[in-house]
Design a protein around this ligand. Sequence first.
Ligand SMILES: CC(C)(COP(=O)(O)OP(=O)(O)OC[C@H]1O[C@@H](n2cnc3c(N)ncnc32)[C@H](O)[C@@H]1OP(=O)(O)O)[C@@H](O)C(=O)NCCC(=O)NCCS
Length: 275
Amino acid sequence: MPAGVPVTLKPEPQSFPGISPFYQAGLCTPWVALTWPVGPREVELPAGEVHVWCARLGAFPEQIQPCWQMLSSDERARAERFRFSSDRLHFVVARVMLRTLAGRYLGMPGSAVRFRYGPFGKPALDDCHGSDLRFNVAHSGGLAVYAFTRLREVGLDLEAEPLARLLAGVSDSFFTAAERQALAAIAPERRRLATLVLWTRKEAYLKALGCGLQQDLQSFEVSVPPLPPALLRVPDGHAEERRWFLYDLQPARDLVGTLCVENQAQVRAWSWSHA
Ligand SMILES: CC(C)(COP(=O)(O)OP(=O)(O)OC[C@H]1O[C@@H](n2cnc3c(N)ncnc32)[C@H](O)[C@@H]1OP(=O)(O)O)[C@@H](O)C(=O)NCCC(=O)NCCS
């Protein structure tokens, strides 16, 4: 087993409710190999770039209490509402990572970062920061990805293989006729992966818009693998199609994702090292 896997179990602090069963059940974040290089501790974000970070959502027991303390009261309340302790841990660690990364770009401690939420729940920096920094987050399979950029909207989606099995049965309700036709032309052994990538292309666009799955997935069209990622048709016409750029992401072997960015940008992708 690689060094650093959180296997040491000890009683959790009482102030972090319900985490210990996660460890006791041995449901630690899987040790997946991240494919992106480890990112720098200090980094500048020029206006023309998008920085994408990938992090594992595990935590050593001794890290849990400091994580909990970094959260705002509404984040703690949200964490407490999770029914499963594994979901609670993933949410808490994902938020701590978001705060830590955003804090680095803002030049402040992660605990001082304040968020506001759009009408459909998309988090953004609170206006009190007076910052042009924008971000989006996605998590799946015990990993989270974060995209940071300036003065432009950004959306991310990340999905793991199990979703592909679900999608196989219900793709008619999510994909347009042209998307379904393109999928049908793909060899069966590659179709499942293509379906998963297609899903992330669609969801990343909706997350960039901030509406999430409130918008009809059949109201717009994206390219289907093996074609490169692109937004092909949206209700608002060609100008809107040209405004958005999609990028494939694969931060780990069994996970695929898409980054959707307003206007073309240079994408730099890193793994987060907990060391
Ligand atoms: C956004 C959405 C597609 C995320 O779906 P998902 O596949 O379960 O989750 P992902 O891992 O891709 O992304 C989750 C992250 O996206 C971000 N997010 C939440 N709502 C978002 C939105 N409307 N647009 C963009 N990003 C959003 C959050 O950072 C969230 O992480 P958090 O829960 O740890 O804060 C889904 O929640 C959705 O459709 N929401 C909008 C409609 C809705 O139901 N809103 C209810 C609250 S108003």
